[in-house]
Ligand binder design. Structure first.
Ligand code: NAD
Length: 508
């Protein structure tokens, strides 16, 4: 596919203007943005000074005092309008995701589709933020539980899902009655400005019920993130990124007893059993391990293959790794685009060296020259390992798939669970006993466990997140909305006496 504009920068700027982002916000600032497709500069974004963060939060808190009083179904109407804006601008925003973080076109569009889906979900949810009525042990008493808006929600997001992660949080938080203060990745500020512009459009159509300060974007790095995390007017912080970041953020939040929603690194595994459909497995593994150039939190990083099918499956996989198309997302239909930057490339090289030193056999992994020295394209690497040694227990955010042999399912499950991370996992097989064992309490210890598909590509309807060093947070569907609200228990006495709980007497 050829580009209508001479450069990626020109196309990105045209999209930003179309979406209503003022030129001075992305042309005159101090934060340089580069497209990983060519390495060329595509913007200079105005940064938020850390000292300006408290003022932004003051506005957000003032917005909270009004927004919490707007009936939830009416709040849902704002999210419905946001979904409409996203539908209208799906092509433009999806394209900007591609230009800024290098996702192939269908994945850039898929990310915006995910935003639309969560908006639809949240609109329905705005009429279902239900509590409970519980039996009271006392006569003429009622016990209930209800959910109130929590307050300002801080959102810190990673570069690899630069807009979808915001929407998982934002759509739920808005219907729950909470304003948003978002610190996007410093590697993807342009898409954040674009989303901010669409949010403003939706708010303008919604009318005066949407107070100023309802949705704010703070541009900057760690220092700005820390100012957000430390502010006592922000009771909930949803932080998506590396485990290193989550540990720092989690500790700071714990110090002031704020609620964390931590979505951190994964080291996801799949188990291929002897009864697996190998054609289906091959396609699923290829997408899960190489899609998004290995830069999904749910990317498949470890594959445990049963001895009986190892030679057949791994032989076929090596052939796919040798031939998979690697290239520019805007100049063809390659399935694997660039790494985000040189640091990601260096980390991949280091992990492959460590794997070789630990006895691994590396297929692929070499640099591919697509657009010159300032961009970083690689052939995905498949690494046959003698065991779970060397770098296998770490998350390297690049397309490396470690392959291990196993003989016994319990051994494979132990290998899968034997890493610090616990995000996503899957099993391939048609033996009911093996599959159900994998899904049982004795099976996968991850937040997500799939059957006959890879660990990536979650739908928004389920709760998304993982255990252990993945942080324990849940976002998106199911009852994840509760993380954005505060629970209140109410005991109501509608009688004329005062019976005390547990039969306690206290006569005065
Ligand atoms: P990162 O940790 O480098 O940065 C993520 C965000 O945290 C950025 O906005 C960054 O500015 C901010 N940040 C960093 N240190 C901070 C601190 N001390 N205080 C406050 N904010 C801070 O991650 P990345 O390289 O952008 O993204 C890749 C990582 O994100 C991978 O580990 C991946 O698995 C993870 N991720 C997880 C999920 C999930 O849902 N579990 C989703 C996407 C990405």
């Amino acid at each position: 596919m050829s580009r209508p504009d001479a450069t990626i920068a020109a196309e990105a700027q045209r999209i930003l203007e179309r979406l209503g982002v003022a030129r001075d916000r992305f042309e005159a600032g101090t934060l340089a943005v580069r497209s990983p497709i060519t390495g060329e500069p595509i913007g200079r974004v105005v940064e938020t000074a850390a000292v300006a963060v408290p003022e932004a939060i003051r506005w957000a808190h003032a917005a909270f005092l009004r927004w919490q009083l707007v009936p939830a179904p009416r709040r849902g109407e704002l999210v419905r309008l946001l979904g409409e804006e996203l539908r209208t601008e799906k092509q433009a925003l999806g394209r900007l995701v591609t230009l800024e973080v290098g996702k192939v076109v269908s994945e850039g569009l898929g990310e915006v589709q995910e935003m639309i889906d969560i908006c639809d979900f949240a609109v329905g949810l705005s009429r279902q933020l239900h509590g409970l009525v519980l039996p009271s042990e006392r006569p003429d008493h009622k016990l209930t539980e209800q959910w109130h808006p929590a307050g300002v929600v801080g959102i810190i997001s990673a570069f690899n899902f630069p807009v979808a992660v915001w929407s998982w949080n934002a759509a739920l938080a808005l219907v729950c009655g909470d304003p948003l203060v978002w610190k996007p990745s410093e590697k993807a500020p342009l898409t954040a400005l674009a989303v901010d512009a669409l949010m403003r459009r939706a708010a303008a159509r919604f009318g005066d019920d949407a107070p100023d300060g309802l949705a704010t974007v703070l541009i900057g790095g760690q220092e700005v993130g820390e100012a957000l995390v430390d502010d006592p007017r922000v009771p909930v912080v949803s932080a998506t990124g590396s485990t290193r970041m989550g540990r720092a953020v989690g500790e700071r939040l714990a110090r002031r007893f704020a609620k964390p929603i931590l979505e951190l690194g994964g080291n996801n595994a799949s188990i291929v059993t002897p009864s697996a459909d190998l054609d289906l497995t091959l396609r699923a593994v290829a997408f899960a391990a190489m899609g998004t150039a290995g830069q999904r939190c749910t990317t498949l990083r470890r594959l445990m293959v049963h001895d009986d099918v190892y030679e057949t499956l791994v032989g076929r996989l090596v052939a796919v790794y040798r031939t998979i198309s690697v290239g520019s997302p805007v100049a063809g239909d390659a399935l694997v685009g660039p790494l985000i930057d040189g640091a990601a490339f260096a980390a991949m090289g280091k992990a492959l060296d460590a794997a070789r030193a630990a006895g691994g056999t590396v297929h692929g992994g070499e640099r591919v020259d697509v657009n010159g020295a300032a961009s970083f394209y690689v052939r995905p690497a498949l690494v046959e390992m003698p065991g779970q040694v060397g770098p296998v227990a770490e998350e390297t955010f690049a397309p490396i798939l470690y392959v291990l042999r196993y003989r016994d399912l319990d051994q494979a499950i132990a290998l899968q669970n034997g890493v610090p991370q616990g995000l996503s996992s899957s099993i391939f097989g048609n033996d009911l006993r093996e599959v159900e064992r994998y899904l049982s309490a004795a099976g996968s210890d991850c937040g997500i466990a799939n059957v006959n598909m890879g660990p990536s590509g979650a739908e928004i309807g389920g709760a998304f997140g993982g255990e252990k060093e993945t942080g324990g947070g849940r976002e998106s569907g199911s009852d994840a909305w509760r993380g954005y609200m505060r629970r209140q228990t109410n005991a109501i006495n509608y009688g004329r006496t005062l019976p005390l709980a547990q039969g306690v007497t206290f006569e005065v």
